[in-house]
Design a protein around this ligand. Structure first.
Ligand code: AHR
Length: 503
């Protein structure tokens, strides 16, 4: 099979917002307790956080992290998680039918995020609570001193305010499963007023309003229209969520879900434009794709478990053993975000540790990187700068979720130095190698300085990294790609993901 592409340094999509490579972590399962926090673990630091996990997290160079939920946030009292640990109440978490000990709250999490070098993006509870609690939380976090909430924070040993500039206005408020679920107009009004209150603290604060929980919701995309009509001028982003799976064991259809995601982004972009025009608004609203990932391996079983279990503390939940196919999928999905970075400014892999995560741990034991860690890492490390508009011509296929889908999936990013280029390429074909010829315009003298590849053999599609075999699927040095006649030429193995750096 042959694929052609054309990459021109001046034909750009957008400046990529670094926050395209953000993450999400929720109080659920073993994400916090037994994930990032395990005071009894041999690697725990003085705050009880696992250093082995921190090291893996740092390797991802994550710009921002959304916290503390997710569905969890919709019945959460943030005040339960501050002050002396021994006085903190144990509560029932209604979202995941678990016990929340509140041993980690905002101040512990902020410490962890600081150590990890990540900016916090906090969600407020608009399920069981509202404007009053949201403004108190912002004041606790962001006000320097001399008020009830800021002095309370200081009395908890945190002198300097956190200056959190990203606030999410609830979570998946369209979902009937959400505690405090609302109708679109009702939520839009509440989001509008809450956003005004949150932004009153500081002009730099940005807010994210909830879009649909996914594009299969019956109320999608009408939900977005109605919500935005209530709050457009007072918010900065609208959230998109989407989880993926391959229950039918049809890899090509699985990969085609990336095209479906492109349509989802495009549709919401259209709704944003419509509302902006209707309101004669001056401001722009962008997309915050604040939950995305593969979630299907144990989904059915997990759902059976947590609906009946007896309120356990930090139970294993949504712990997916990601395989090679999932890694190729994630690489491709990140390509789509890069291609759509004019609309999608923030995106958060959901989640970060143990729960549908690139990093897994065993309690008392090791931590390891799942297969999806690597394409996420490559995009985060080398996908910063300017997204280029890559023209691709190659054989195509029809799938159930999308037609005329390209076997070759490419994105390209010009680094901030204005010289280096990163090319992320997936050959989706399960058997055939792809002979590529990617014309490089405006990159005279560029040479391949690094090529990493995952995959190459579809018979390994379902091979995963596990605690026992953490390095079964890892990137290796690629070969056979080079620059000739001002073009990146060579062969991409079948069923593979490649990251190529040129300078
Ligand atoms: O990430 C797991 C859950 O998925 C989140 O709590 C919720 O927002 C979504 O439905």
């Amino acid at each position: 099979m042959k694929g052609r592409a054309s990459i021109h340094r001046d034909f750009t999509v957008s400046q990529i917002d670094d926050r395209l490579y953000s993450a999400f972590i929720e109080h659920m399962g073993r994400a916090i307790y037994g994930g990032i926090y395990e005071p009894e673990h041999p690697t725990a630091n003085e705050h009880g956080f696992r250093k082995d996990v921190l090291e893996l997290v740092r390797g991802l160079n994550i710009p921002a992290i959304r916290y503390p939920g997710g569905n969890f946030v919709s019945a959460y009292k943030w005040e339960d998680g501050v002050g002396p640990k021994e006085d903190r109440p144990v509560r029932l978490d209604l979202a995941w039918r678990s016990k929340e000990t509140n041993q980690v709250g905002i101040n512990e999490f902020a410490k962890w995020a600081e150590d990890a070098g990540i900016e916090m993006m906090l969600a407020v509870n608009l399920g069981t609570r509202g404007i009053e609690e949201a403004r108190n939380f912002v004041e606790y976090c962001n006000h320097p001193s001399g008020t009830y909430w800021s002095d309370l924070r200081r009395s908890h040993g945190v002198e300097k305010p956190y200056g959190v500039n990203m606030w999410c206005l609830g979570n998946e408020m369209d979902g009937p499963w959400q505690i405090g679920h609302m109708e679109a107009k009702e939520y839009g009004r509440l989001a509008d007023e809450t956003s005004k209150a949150v932004k009153a603290f500081n002009r730099g604060i940005e807010t994210v309003v909830c879009g649909s929980s996914n594009d299969a919701m019956a109320t999608y995309p009408e939900w977005e229209r109605q919500v935005l009509e209530e709050c457009y001028e007072n918010v900065d982003y609208i959230s998109l969520h989407k989880y993926f799976g391959n229950n039918s064991r049809d890899s090509l259809n699985y990969f085609a879900k990336i095209e479906e995601t492109g349509r989802y982004i495009q549709a919401i972009g259209g709704v944003i434009d419509y509302v902006k025009a209707k309101k004669r608004a001056k401001n722009d609203v962008y997309i915050c794709f604040d939950e995305w990932n593969v979630w299907y391996h144990n989904r059915e079983q997990d759902s059976k478990n947590w609906h009946v279990w007896d309120w356990p503390e930090a139970p294993p939940l949504l712990e997916e053993d990601y395989n090679l196919e999932d890694a190729i999928f994630v690489g491709g999905l990140l390509n789509e975000f890069i291609r759509r970075s004019d609309r999608v400014r923030i995106a958060c892999i959901a989640q970060l540790v143990n729960v549908i995560a690139p990093i897994r741990t065993r309690t008392g034991g090791p931590a390891w990187a799942t297969t999806i860690y690597y394409p996420y890492q490559f995009a985060s490390l080398y996908g910063r700068g300017t997204a280029l508009n890559v023209a691709v011509d190659c054989p195509r296929y029809d799938a159930r979720v999308a037609q005329d889908v390209k076997y070759l999936d490419v994105s390209a990013v010009l680094a901030p130095d204005g010289r280096s280029l990163a090319v992320f390429a997936v050959n989706r074909h399960p058997e055939e190698p792809m002979e590529v010829d990617m014309a490089l315009h405006g990159f005279a003298g560029a040479r391949v300085i690094e090529h990493k590849v995952m995959g190459g053999d579809a018979s390994e599609a379902r091979e995963a990294n596990t605690c026992e075999q953490p390095n079964r699927i890892v990137p290796r040095d690629g070969s056979g790609l080079g620059v000739e006649d001002s073009a990146l030429q060579g062969t991409l193995p079948p069923f593979s993901y490649s990251m190529v750096r040129l300078a």
